[in-house]
Write a protein that binds this ligand. Structure first.
Ligand code: GAR
Length: 226
């Protein structure tokens, strides 16, 4: 059987709420030519997010959406969608966007909405993952890139990166180790999607790589052993 892969895509949007180190690594990968396509807009849920500054330095259009200006989540997400639609993104990348999205929004962008979460999902959904991992005495931790559904930190998993938890770790040393892996992992997943090689079959919920089901763990990354 022969397949033709989907054409490379052109534009992706990045949604942030904070520092934007994942955004920066995507910008850097774009500038090195490692990702096909460009960031068409960066939307932040906070006006003071440093990620906005990073976008401006690279002449990327920015927008801020303040949830306090909307009386319902539905109105907020409709306004967010309206901003995004002016840029017609092929992919929407959640990079530390700390708002839970409505079913209408996640359904609209269902097969082109990525999230990165700082845990080895399905373990440790939600907030304060590093602290909870330390409290539970885990030996392994990491991050997950996934397609996004309306369920909190839910959706078909694309790839995970694992890091060790060291006996001397604090929340901040562990978070830094996880973030070091988030950057190459997210960049690689965005690259595969934008190159037309990665997609979601929404009927079955199967992640496809080069038109065949992704093998569990095949895109995963490991913390380099010393
Ligand atoms: C990242 O660690 C990301 O995994 C996390 O927010 C951080 C954003 O950092 N996302 C979530 O917790 C989503 N549930 P950054 O602004 O430096 O990219």
């Amino acid at each position: 059987m022969t397949h033709s892969l989907r054409k490379p895509l052109g534009r992706y949007a990045v949604l942030i709420s904070g520092s934007g180190t994942n955004l920066q690594s995507l910008i850097d990968a774009n500038e090195r030519g490692e990702i096909t396509g460009e960031i068409c807009v960066v939307v932040s849920s906070r006006a003071d997010a440093f990620g906005l500054e990073r976008a401006k330095r690279h002449h990327i259009p920015t927008a801020v959406i303040n949830h306090r200006e909307y009386s319902t989540r539905e109105e907020h997400d409709a306004a967010l969608q309206a901003i995004l639609e002016t840029y017609q993104p092929d992919l929407v990348v959640l990079a530390g966007f700390m708002r839970v999205l409505t079913p209408a929004f996640t359904a609209y962008y269902g097969d082109r909405l990525f999230n990165i979460h700082p845990s080895l999902l399905p373990a440790y959904r939600g907030l304060h993952t590093h602290q909870r991992v330390l409290e539970a005495g885990e030996r392994k931790h990491g991050c997950t890139v996934h397609f996004t559904t309306a369920e909190l930190d839910g959706g078909p998993i694309i790839a995970q990166a694992r890091v060790p938890v060291l006996p001397t770790d604090t929340e901040s040393t562990l978070a830094a180790r996880v973030q070091k892996m988030e950057h190459p992992l997210y960049t690689y997943c965005v690259h595969l999607f934008m190159a037309g090689r990665l997609r979601l079959d929404t009927k079955s919920g199967t992640v496809l790589l080069d038109n065949r089901p992704l093998i569990h763990g095949e895109l995963d990354m490991e913390w380099p052993s010393t």
